[in-house]
Ligand binder design. Sequence first.
Ligand SMILES: NC(=O)c1ccc[n+]([C@@H]2O[C@H](COP(=O)([O-])OP(=O)(O)OC[C@H]3O[C@@H](n4cnc5c(N)ncnc54)[C@H](O)[C@@H]3O)[C@@H](O)[C@H]2O)c1
Length: 413
Amino acid sequence: MVRGCPGQFLELGVARWKSGGIAFAHTYQFMAKKQIRIGLIGYGFMGRAHSNAFAQVGHFFPSQHELVLQAVCARDAAKAQEFADRWGYKSIETDWKTLIARDDIDLVDIAVPNNLHAEIAIAAAKAGKMILCEKPLALNPAEAEKMVKAIAKAGVPNMVWYNYRRCPAVVLAKQLIDAGKLGKVFHYRANFLQDWTINPDLPQGGAALWRLDVKAAGSGVTGDLLAHCIDTALWLNGGIKDVSAMTETFIKERKHTLTGKVEKVGIDDACAFLCHFNNGSLGLFESTRYARGHKALYTFEVNGENMSLKWDLHDLHRLQIFDYKDVGAERGWKSVHVSDGDHPYTGKWWVPGLQLGYEHSFIHQVVEFISGLESGTPAKPDFKDGLATDYVVDAVLASAKSKKWTKVKQVKP
Ligand SMILES: NC(=O)c1ccc[n+]([C@@H]2O[C@H](COP(=O)([O-])OP(=O)(O)OC[C@H]3O[C@@H](n4cnc5c(N)ncnc54)[C@H](O)[C@@H]3O)[C@@H](O)[C@H]2O)c1
């Protein structure tokens, strides 16, 4: 007899079978999985990355939870239906408010442009839904603070998709830092370089180019690309005290896709900033969409007293390590292929030596979210962590404007 409800152990009884003439009796139990019925909002780049993660995670990381692709929401019903059919979503909605109001949705996943994050997340929190939200958390800290308040009041599990934290090589860097292997850290530097907006004829705004429209994006490379670098830095090297920044908008006017008029460009095309970390180390960050030849070159380097680490998104399964302890003529940088059975996450995938890619960082984030539900220690980065990054972004933009060193607001514990 099978009794019980999701989340309870079910006694299935005694199974008997014969093998090699010996009879075995085995009592086994299994955990009836607790369903998390997902409502995804937005089916673009991130809608696909998240859907792939939801679909894959259970195959490689068994847990007490089962993710159900319950509904996808987008404004165009035909396109939403096509996406639902392709990815296996059971239903569609064309209005995110209707999606949030549904009783059969447990988790709202926000994968839409930045200007929609706050309104959707606050409504989802009020409806008691778990929330996964894309980065940056919000257009600005004022919005992000409201989001943090809303999830605190509702007490709902939440996470921000700063997925690079979950590349195995980046987690290995975190483990080495937390184990004290670097000793005192002196420098942290990061770059995120692209080249896709150099053409002055590229319009701004609309479905494809919302990133160039300040009203939809909030900022340019600072909130888009540097937000990733900042989140990883805060995780690996702790809080940032103050910043001194410069930004540039190389193309001052672009035609707006929605109005058809040539309008002022409000985003930053490039940004560089210096900072002091709370641990006394110095930081140097740079991002641009005008570095011809670079598509998505995210790199970081940490220099400690005893060890230095380097990581590069184009080689994301490797961690470069220089260990001062190594002696002799063969000392030098080593490149660790982070794919062995005892490396972070990798033992759950293929045999040692086979590397993982970009999509796995999203799958690992879902692993962390589910582990957080099951262990009671909430997954990171959560909305508060997202707010911390938004504070740094805000200080960077303010410093670029004022041309002065600017203090970074700290998140209250
Ligand atoms: N974690 C990462 O590495 C990463 C990478 C890319 C983008 N992002 C973030 O993800 C978010 C989405 O970016 P993207 O690249 O997927 O954008 P995208 O343009 O590819 O997709 C956006 C989706 O939102 C939908 N949408 C817009 N308005 C909507 C509305 N009112 N209701 C329902 N759907 C609506 C669009 O139809 C589209 O499907 C942004 O916040 C972005 O910053 C994060």
